[in-house]
Design a protein. Structure first.
Length: 446
């Protein structure tokens, strides 16, 4: 692989440096490197240059919660289109949820997803294995077989559904503890949310939609923290949506429970006030809640009660989304807008700096997902796996022009801050100036 010279980038938004990347690793780093190479290499010689003047250099983002829909849901997304969306969003690794058809509850399916991700080559695709066979919540899937398979599954989830039965969840956590893997729970007591269409609050009552109470999340998280403590297992709470859940997480963390938690960009920014237009693009599970919730979730991300931002990127083809509210599938796109929403909701108001962005989008998710080569410090000897961000970039979201096969973005027409200028995976440029660079085109330039 050719050497790459990244010129004038600002690690974590700090002073500019040049980086020489060799063999996928940062070989040299410092001010004035580029001038030296220009002098030594002469015109036309020396490494390929990536001009990064003024750009913020961050470790590549890691998404613990992505729906790529393949196999079986290719009308909504494929591993190829979802990987493109990820690379364009600054991601270098994603965890693909198992609610596919067939469900990723066996070595065959997780190995397929992993292999297809490698073939596409735009982002490291790590399959999440199902906790229960067919996501049915009854019989444990073969977690050990998936963990030991070529896909080396480290995260298990029935996402889309909750592992509602406490005995099944307890056994899953016991296996997880023995295997050294993580159970990611979609916390929703289905007995409390039957028929639910929106956050159980004044907006839902006014619109005549059945309510999804925050207690359905809070009670499952409380139960699971107790079970995780008993099993000595690592529990990850998916898409925390309610302020009430935060008190439970704080108490469990203070008590030494091995629990981590994620929040989505949409739960940091949007509220159920958006529902008044009855546009199903805003239908998501868990539902958009109130401004008190978004404020509490932002504060929890800043103070570490919530560890990471995860997208819950949930593409749905028009036939599943452009219907009446009750029939529409829940979920919204997230990969290409996540950074901009984090900047808008947290960086611009002064709640998070670029070091904080690296923590919640790269470092903590890589640690939770067990990825030793992602979320690393920007330093000599470390993998050249980066997102290069233009902090002054502004763009207007158009679902039709996103790389996903679906267009269900809730940010349609919004002008958002921060653009991803380039994404680099182990020294190879995977996206640049809004275009992806495919695996097999040699120099990696679009
Ligand atoms: O909104 C959601 N969409 N929540 C989930 O839990 C599943 C996801 C999907 O698969 O579409
Ligand atoms: Zn979920």
């Amino acid at each position: 692989m050719d050497d790459l010279l990244i010129v004038g980038a600002r690690p974590y938004g700090e002073d500019p440096v040049d980086l020489l990347v060799r063999g996928g690793v940062v070989a040299e780093m410092g001010a004035g490197l580029a001038e030296r190479h220009d002098r030594d290499g002469g015109p036309g010689g020396g490494p390929r240059r990536l001009e990064a003047d003024g750009l913020v250099l961050l470790p590549g983002f890691v998404d613990l919660h992505t729906h790529l829909r393949e196999p079986g849901g290719e009308e909504s997304e494929t591993i190829e289109t979802g990987s493109a969306a990820a690379a364009l969003g600054g991601y270098t690794a994603v965890f693909a949820m198992p609610n596919t058809d067939p469900v990723a509850d066996s070595a065959v399916v997780v190995e397929y997803v992993r292999r297809r991700g490698e073939e596409v080559g735009l982002v490291d695709v790590h399959p999440v294995g199902a906790v229960t066979v067919g996501l049915e919540g009854a019989k444990l899937a073969e977690l050990g077989t998936m963990a030991r398979s070529a896909a080396r599954v480290r995260l298990f989830s029935d996402d889309g559904r909750c592992v509602n039965d406490p005995l099944v969840m307890r056994r899953a956590l016991e296996y997880a503890s023995a295997l050294g893997v993580v159970i990611a729970q979609h916390a929703e007591d289905h007995r409390l949310t039957a028929g639910a269409q929106a956050h159980d609050g004044v907006v839902a009552s006014r619109l005549g939609l059945a309510g999804w109470p925050a207690t359905a999340e809070e009670t499952v998280v409380a139960r699971d923290c107790a079970l995780a403590r008993e099993a000595g297992a690592a529990l990850h709470v998916c898409h925390v949506s309610s302020a009430r859940t935060l008190a439970v997480l704080r108490a469990a963390k203070a008590d030494g429970v091995r629990v981590s938690a994620e929040v989505t960009p949409h739960h940091l920014l949007l509220t159920d006030a958006a529902l008044t237009a009855y546009d199903p693009v805003h239908k998501v599970n868990p539902p958009l809640r109130t401004a008190e919730d978004t404020a509490a979730l932002r504060a929890a991300l800043v103070d570490g009660t919530i560890d990471v931002v995860a997208t819950d990127h949930a593409p749905h083809a028009a036939q599943y989304k452009d219907t009446e509210w009750a029939a529409a599938r829940p979920g919204m796109l997230g990969l290409q807008t996540a950074l901009s929403i984090v900047v808008h909701a947290l960086v611009e108001p002064g709640l998070l700096d670029w070091r904080g962005v690296a923590r919640v989008l790269s470092e903590r998710p890589a640690a939770i997902g067990g990825l030793p080569d992602h979320g690393r410090p920007i330093a000599v000897g470390e993998p050249a796996t980066f997102a290069l961000v233009d902090p002054d970039g502004v763009w207007t979201v158009r679902g039709a022009t996103l790389a996903s096969r679906s267009a269900n973005t809730p940010y349609e027409g919004m002008r958002l801050p921060a653009t991803v200028a380039a994404t680099v995976l182990r020294g190879r440029i995977t996206a640049r100036d809004g275009r992806v660079a495919h695996h097999d085109d040699g120099r990696g330039t679009p």
